[in-house]
Ligand binder design. Structure first.
Ligand SMILES: Nc1ncnc2c1ncn2[C@@H]1O[C@H](COP(=O)(O)OP(=O)(O)O)[C@@H](O)[C@H]1O
Ligand SMILES: [Mg+2]
Length: 250
């Protein structure tokens, strides 16, 4: 069991000095190699929960165990991919992507370049491999950063709405690639989204959250075969049943 979230409560002190309960009694088990989506409206505590799992912040009570150890600080075993990306401005697109591969020392330099080029080709960025980040649009930069993270080989990937700023076509492409990388490297992935379609496409397990205070409403096991077809009956049926039960009004 790589991640166990046990009786987590998290409060912040508000500006008026009140105690603001953001997460209440969160219990969640994530299996080895599982792809779990946290789905819920803005403000329900998804980012807060991900930050706790990452070790970037500490719970008010309860504990999180990752790979058998209590989470007390960030670790290279749990890579975090946030909504905002940063590329190294002094490296080219190709160098940015191979950077992660070189850090883990897997494969030869040539193999790493070949892998990076293959992924850049798939997202239509191969012609920009020698460009620098400032020469790219925002969406292009995001795609580069996502590929770099995907190829990072972290056993646990924590992703906070990584595709939310992309247009639909690129979002779908990256979702497909995420599944490809996940199958190949068998990472455990916790993926935050407020998009029902994205959760149904990606997840083994969807954790539906409510807000005020943030809590788990329901956990749904998704056993739709992959690759999933958005126009299949079972896909649409699950999507509709989630939408009905989800209070996404913000
Ligand atoms: N550092 C903080 N201090 C005070 N309140 C915070 C802090 N971080 C988050 N919150 C509050 O916690 C709630 C949940 O935030 P967040 O985890 O970002 O939700 P989500 O990612 O689901 O949109 C929000 O009401 C937010 O204002
Ligand atoms: Mg968030």
């Amino acid at each position: 069991m790589p991640i166990e979230v046990k009786n987590i409560n998290k409060s912040f002190i508000s500006k008026k000095n009140d105690q603001l309960s953001v997460l209440k009694d969160i219990n969640l088990n994530i299996d080895d190699g599982e792809l779990v989506c946290l789905l819920g409206p803005s403000g329900c505590g998804k980012t807060t929960l991900l930050r706790l799992i990452a070790g970037l912040d500490q719970p008010t009570s309860g504990e999180i165990i990752a790979n058998g150890e209590k989470v007390v600080e960030p670790s290279g075993d749990r890579a975090v991919i946030f909504q905002q990306y940063s590329l190294f401005p002094w490296l080219t697109v190709l160098q940015n992507v191979t950077f992660g591969l070189e850090m883990t020392n897997k494969g030869s330099k040539e193999e790493n370049i070949e892998t990076a080029e293959r992924y850049l080709t798939r997202v239509g960025l191969i012609d920009f491999k020698d460009s620098y980040p400032h020469e790219l649009s925002g969406g292009m930069k995001q795609r580069v950063a996502i590929i770099r993270s995907l190829l990072n080989h972290s056993p646990i990937l924590l992703m906070d709405e990584p595709f939310s700023a992309l247009d639909m076509q690129n979002r779908h492409k990256l979702q497909e690639q995420l599944i490809g990388v996940w199958k190949r490297f068998e990472n455990t992935i916790v993926f935050v989204t407020h998009d029902v379609d994205e959760a149904v496409y990606l997840a083994d397990k969807i954790v539906i959250m409510d807000k005020n205070p943030g809590r788990i409403n329901k956990i749904i096991e998704v056993d739709i075969e992959r690759p999933r077809k958005r126009d299949s009956k079972e896909f649409i049926a699950l999507q509709e049943s989630i939408v009905e039960n989800l209070d996404m009004v913000e």
